[in-house]
Write a protein that binds this ligand. Sequence first.
Ligand SMILES: Cc1ncc(C[n+]2csc(CCOP(=O)(O)OP(=O)(O)O)c2C)c(N)n1
Ligand SMILES: [Mg+2]
Length: 428
Amino acid sequence: MDVAEPPMAKKLNQRLAAKPPRKAISSDQRTYSIRDHRLEKPSFTIRQVRTAGKIAYEFTGDLSASVPPIRESKYLNKKQCIEIYRWMLLNRKMEIALENLYKQGKVVGGVYFGLGQEACSCASAYALHKEDWLGPMIRNQGSTLVRGFSPRDIMMQYMAKVGSPTRGRDASSHFGDIKDHNVVSPISTLGDLLPVLAGVALGARLQGRNLAVMTYIGDGGQSTGVTYEGLNFAAVQDLGLVLFVENNLWAYSTPADMQFRVKDLAERAIAYGIPGVIVDGTDACQVYDAAHEACERARRGEGPTLIEAKMMRMKGHAIHDAADYVPKSLFEYWRKRDCITRFENYLVNAKKWLTAADNRELIAAVDQQLEVDREVAVASPMPEPESAAGGVYCENGCHEIKPKYGIPKTRKGLAAGPRGTEAAVHLK
Ligand SMILES: Cc1ncc(C[n+]2csc(CCOP(=O)(O)OP(=O)(O)O)c2C)c(N)n1
Ligand SMILES: [Mg+2]
């Protein structure tokens, strides 16, 4: 006959049973952890092979897995999810319109696409507040839409029209607006946006505000020295940098496996002493949740976060690149994980937040908006040639640069105030 366990001992035994056995870790061994929010963790490698003098990329791995569901967001409600879906559609369809404009010979220079990366661009920027800042890169046209630029602004920019954000003086994605939209122009030299955005966060703090400043770097661009310098500076100063490392598996024709030896780029965060997380970059809810948490941390003055978004560049580097070097099976695998199809399926079939008719209506409204914007952009004038040299230098005191958030505080030690010291105390 079993002897009944006294209640106290029973509780204790239950607690002990629930506890995982402690691993024996010697005192000279440290452990670090990286949160991985993905619902599927594909594992494959891309190897460079040379046959008969020709370079090709060989793929090994299992591509048979079925498409994972969208992870339920901890923060987004129905309205917000539908808004993000709309931004993603606008992003994709605007880029299709740009491709057509290019083929009609109306675009000056090249066109860069973020096909397959719309969830990463749109859901990340959606987490920013109006007073926060964004530093987009070439694949983040969706982020600039969310930030308040219209498709017509972007189309005019690509066609170098006088009404474009740079008045026809600069090409493609090189535009921003530091007055109203809080968007720093992309910088082509990969990595250079990081110290600039860290500087924006530092500038805001000197004026008495902790803000979230978001920027992006690719799996290729993260190899640059300035990426280290910018992120390290942000880390030691506890600046609110939210860095999305867009691991889209390719940097031009260099596969990610030839770019770094760590398993996941989020691991880099350990060496900076900041949090690092991994998300599925084709899942808008995962992207948003990670961005939101990182932005909140930034606004609390606790410092930067590195978010690795895993996805795939679904076109060539730019319109001139047919991406023939990419193994076709890889495209097929990621096409099944298309971020818009997956989110649409989530909203229409899983959550039933959109009926098929609502969805059709929403898509038609996006098409209509783009058609109007495209017509206006095409019909708008080019700049006058004699205006080309204008706007380079400040003429006749045309710009008065005022502090945006308040009078700079110059008290000794304030600039370098990491958490818990003078700056944080001052900001309370
Ligand atoms: C410092 C620097 N080196 C090289 C280049 C040329 N370049 C422009 S984009 C690019 C590939 C970038 O790949 P990645 O960072 O993975 O971003 P993705 O294009 O995949 O979004 C290269 C090599 C550059 N602009 N700056
Ligand atoms: Mg890349």
